[in-house]
Ligand binder design. Structure first.
Ligand SMILES: [Zn+2]
Length: 145
């Protein structure tokens, strides 16, 4: 910790006192607004409580995002699709292996792939080849969210 001179210490304490006084004045100005918002905040909190109880009774946990296409509510463990920080999709709107192949090809043709993505694309191509051999490229690519 820095050693303050007596003068610097006095100036600092003076500034801290002024800040504290200003904060108290702002708190007083804010109070009527806080009081006015309280009934609404109480209702919002009660609804959150009901939501939590319903989820607990059902034994499920909400997934942090809904399907980007249809706004379907998703639970942790539901089947769906997400890719990196891209959109989350429900099982119905998840891409098939053929869809993903087309998307990869389009991006590769644009020269849009980073080195890491190029590696991911290579892995995808290997997986796609296995799917093609098994005749399952029209299946959706889903996993537990
Ligand atoms: Zn959907």
């Amino acid at each position: 910790m820095t050693e303050l001179s007596e003068g610097d210490r006095r100036v600092l304490i003076n500034h801290l006192k002024m800040i504290h006084t200003a904060q108290q004045q702002v708190e007083l100005l804010r109070k009527p607004h806080d009081d006015a918002a309280k009934p609404y905040n109480d209702i919002i909190n009660r609804l959150e409580g009901i939501k939590s109880e319903l989820l607990e009774q059902a034994g499920v946990e909400l997934y942090h995002q809904q399907c980007e296409v249809c706004d379907a509510v998703l639970f942790v463990g539901d089947l769906g699709h997400t890719c990196g920080d891209g959109p989350v999709l429900c099982a119905e709107h998840s891409p098939t292996w053929d869809d993903a192949k087309r998307q990869w090809e389009e991006r590769a043709e644009c020269g849009d792939l980073s080195t890491d993505e190029q590696e991911d694309y290579t892995v995808f191509q290997q997986n796609y080849a296995a799917r093609l051999a098994a005749g399952t490229t029209s299946e959706k690519i889903t996993y537990e969210l």
